[in-house]
Design a protein around this ligand. Structure first.
Ligand code: ARG
Length: 577
């Protein structure tokens, strides 16, 4: 077993279909909605009947004769017009759950056919401090990278920073007029922000300044050495600021190719698009038009302005080509605000027209993070909230609770716990949302110890870890799971154990569909099933040693499941809280 139940059941059912009916068909194995009908069902017999003819119930009966699930399931039942209900065999569940306890990967093997996936995430436009608008791409992209990687895929996580755009024209203009070397040394990012603000206000008020900023940008992009040297400094300053945030979040990248990295390819991109008849001139500019495709909107994809400047889209075509040449990826995933969806639709259509149809391009668009009042997330005086401030607030809100609960811990330790809980809560809140809709940032809800929150899941794990410490004290040695089948006597034990076998499926769908909230929901389900087990089945006080060890192993398997899941989401773990 690969540790992916749906995959295994699908494999076996498809095999039976081939043997009995000599067809390749999707058996459509799904978890049941109602536990009275078992754990899974095979829904593919009805579509099969439509395809090959015949009475679906009779086909289902014949399929059962060829279906070998004896080790995994109780005898299957045919229901309704031709569904097949499957119930996992409790002995099989007991054996598999025992293996989850003893295996560091919870018995989930790496995928047999690993894919190469490029994940483009975080990707802020640099020159200013990172703000809350950069949170979602960073957190969601990181979770996808980690989940894909755990499953055995080859992943390239790329931070496609905007380091070549208009903001640098503005900065250069402002630097030439208002540079303050001492301020730049004392508070580099603060000084860049001051300059940027000066420059953009001036450009807004005066079209001549705006022109001068554009000229600065053009000179930079044309390779003027003095401007390039300044640009390098600016980029290094904002990179240092961003790195500090990534370090706090525990996020890292494999590559950090900004837009500037592709700059030499841009002329070639426009040329190729024109040669292939995909782009043409219009009012001095060059653009890809999608006249026939009403879906892509009447707006063309601009790749070169009339003044010769290249655009976001030009750089995205060049980036995709570089990635395809360099990594030969199966998928390229862009984790970017849903408001850019037209850009990505047009980009993907352009790339397909260029012949890159062996790659699955995917825009994982997410909604906005709003304030608790449903309005854009702002500081009290209407400014943007920096990510650093958001993370500090998370820590400060938790710290007094930790200090009260663990007065003997050193301040460092108290802070460490507060950060893990606070950052974990922020991340989990973001990841557990429905991806595409906006969500309201609500501290009380996200920090709550109950409900589908980061702290609730962290606490479930803390509780198990403390049982294990207690075991060690009482028995005199640490518990080591030996992989033996568990003794599942109570309903609560069986339900928990069954749930633990679904981690592989949850990770798999989250990675396939680019939906980390599937993992959140799954982990919440696990934690919710742990509580009744913990309440109903004394672990260390079990009536005999065999049952005690089985229950400890079940707790270990639960801990393992939570650890792997939370680690894929990059939620910090704790020993106490
Ligand atoms: N820098 C862009 C922004 O802040 C996001 C870049 C996303 N990645 C991409 N390949 N377009 O809007």
């Amino acid at each position: 077993m690969s540790g992916r139940l749906v995959e295994e059941l699908t494999r076996r059912a498809a095999l039976a279909m081939r043997e009995v009916f000599e067809v390749d068909a999707d058996p459509e194995v799904r978890p049941t909605n109602d536990p009275r009908f078992g754990d899974y069902q095979i829904n593919g017999v009805l579509p099969l009947a439509r395809r090959i003819g015949g009475n679906p119930r009779q086909l289902a009966t014949r399929l059962l004769e060829g279906l070998d699930l004896g080790d995994m399931c109780l005898p299957p039942e045919i229901a309704g017009p031709g569904f097949i209900n499957l119930r996992l065999d409790p002995f099989w569940v007991a054996r598999e759950a025992g293996r989850v306890a003893s295996d560091p990967r919870a018995n989930i093997s790496p995928v047999q056919a690993p894919q190469c996936v490029v994940v483009d995430f975080s990707s802020p436009n640099v020159a200013k401090r990172m703000h809350v608008g950069h949170l979602r791409s960073t957190i969601i992209g990181d979770a996808l990278v980690r989940t894909l990687r755990f499953l055995g895929h080859r992943v390239v996580g790329d931070n496609h920073v905007g380091d070549w755009g208009t903001q640098f024209g503005i900065l250069l203009w402002a630097w030439e007029r208002h540079a303050d070397q001492a301020a730049l040394d004392a508070d580099p990012i603060g000084e860049l922000e001051r300059l940027y603000k000066l420059g953009s206000e001036a450009a807004k008020a005066d079209p001549q300044v705006a022109d001068a900023c554009r000229a600065e940008l053009a000179a930079l992009q044309a390779g003027d050495p003095e401007r390039l040297a300044l640009w390098k400094r600016f980029v290094a300053i904002s990179r240092a600021d961003a790195e500090a945030i990534y370090a706090r979040l525990g996020v890292s990248f494999d590559t950090w190719h900004g837009e500037s990295f592709y700059h030499e390819r841009l002329a070639g991109v426009v040329e190729r698009l024109c040669e292939r008849g995909l782009a043409r001139e219009s009012e001095g500019a060059i653009a890809v038009f999608f006249d026939e495709d009403g879906d892509l909107g009447g707006t063309p994809l601009l790749v070169q302005k009339s003044d010769g400047a290249y655009l976001y889209a030009t750089s995205d075509v060049a980036t995709a080509e570089y990635r395809i040449e360099t990594y030969a990826p199966d998928r390229i995933v862009y984790v970017v605000d849903v408001r850019q969806s037209l850009h990505f639709k047009q980009l993907f259509a352009t790339l397909e027209a260029l012949g890159y149809d062996q790659v699955r391009f995917e825009h994982v668009g997410f909604g906005m993070m709003l304030g608790a009042d449903g309005r854009p997330f702002r500081t009290r005086d209407g400014g943007t909230v920096t990510l650093a401030a958001l993370l500090e607030e998370a820590e400060e809100r938790i710290l007094p609770i930790v200090a009260e609960k663990w007065p003997d811990a050193s301040e460092d330790e108290q802070r460490d716990i507060a950060r893990r809980v606070g950052y974990g809560a922020v991340k989990y809140a973001d990841l557990s949302q429905n991806l595409t809709t906006d969500y309201r940032f609500d501290w009380d809800k996200f920090l709550a110890a109950e409900g589908n929150t980061g702290p609730y899941l962290q606490y479930a794990l803390v509780r198990i870890r403390s049982v294990l410490r207690e075991y060690e004290v009482r028995v005199g040695r640490p518990f080591v799971a030996d992989g033996a089948p568990l003794r599942l006597e109570a309903d609560q034990e069986r339900e928990l154990a069954t749930e633990l076998l679904k981690l592989g499926d949850a990770l798999d769908s989250a990675a396939r569909l680019s939906r980390p909230h599937i993992v959140c929901e799954y982990l919440f389900g696990v934690a919710r099933r742990f509580s009744p087990f913990y309440a109903a089945c004394p672990i260390l006080g079990a009536p005999d040693e065999g049952l005690r060890d089985s229950r400890v192993a079940l707790a270990v398997a639960t801990a393992r499941t939570l650890e792997i899941g939370l680690d894929c989401l990059n939620i910090p773990l704790l020993d106490r809280m």
